[in-house]
Design a protein around this ligand. Structure first.
Ligand code: PRP
Length: 212
């Protein structure tokens, strides 16, 4: 990778609709319509900046290993992944939501070990350990809200935005684990080697966030 070239990994999906306008304000614009393409890497209006569009769970991995210099990813996925190998210099203050525990409405307290279904297994382990609550962890990859109704779990740990998905499935939010928003992460070696380029981009993004 040339030290004059910057690779930025973006999270695909809903979050991209909020990230791209912010990047445009920071003068980074994809050369083509990302939503209409099957490509995974995109040129931009800047000849030395390219964008990767990948799953959020993979963004910290790309940045940690330096295959991307920078990334945009939700705080939930950062908490789950751990923060080795990169800095987290900027909160983009978009795609805000909460990481919460949730369970059936008016559920009776569970005696003994709590069955917890989640895709955020590291976060759940840490959270319930801090609460002194013993749990059996059940890893699911989606549709977590179904698990309590089907008797698979007593509780879930998931992202809550409007709360409508919980409500539609007879669940209610219980405890707040963390507030979530999209963050910029930067590979530690890239920060040194490409400092002036990265500092410029960070400043442009910081200005865009302030004006948002
Ligand atoms: C998230 C989360 C909930 C839903 C919450 O899923 O897992 O299912 O959003 O939103 P609400 O509180 O506004 O109802 P998402 O659609 O991001 O897909 P995912 O299952 O891939 O996480």
């Amino acid at each position: 990778m040339k030290s004059t070239q910057l690779i930025i990994a973006l999270t695909k999906g809903r979050i991209l609709d909020e990230v791209l306008p912010l990047f445009e304000q920071a003068n980074i614009v994809p050369a083509e319509d990302i939503s209409k393409s099957r490509k995974l890497i995109f040129d931009t209006n800047l000849s030395n900046v390219k964008l990767l569009v990948i799953r959020g769970t993979d963004v910290p991995t790309y940045v940690e290993f330096g295959s991307a210099d920078m990334g945009v990813v939700g705080k939930d996925l950062l908490l789950e992944h751990g923060d080795e190998g990169f800095y987290e210099p900027l909160d983009l203050k978009i795609a805000k939501c909460r990481l919460m525990t949730a369970g059936p409405v008016n559920a009776k307290p569970v005696q003994g070990r709590l069955k917890v279904a989640t895709k955020f297994t590291n976060i759940a382990k840490k959270y319930f350990a801090e609460q002194g609550q013993q749990i059996d962890l059940i890893k699911l990859n989606g549709a977590l809200e179904l698990a309590p109704a089907m008797g698979l779990a007593d509780s879930i740990v998931d992202i809550v935005d409007t709360g409508k998905t919980l409500e539609a499935n007879g669940l209610e939010p219980k405890e707040l684990i963390a507030h979530v928003s999209s963050r910029i992460i930067v590979n530690k070696a890239s920060m040194k080697i490409k400092n002036s380029l990265i500092s410029d981009v960070l400043q442009q993004l910081r200005d865009a966030v302030d004006n948002n």
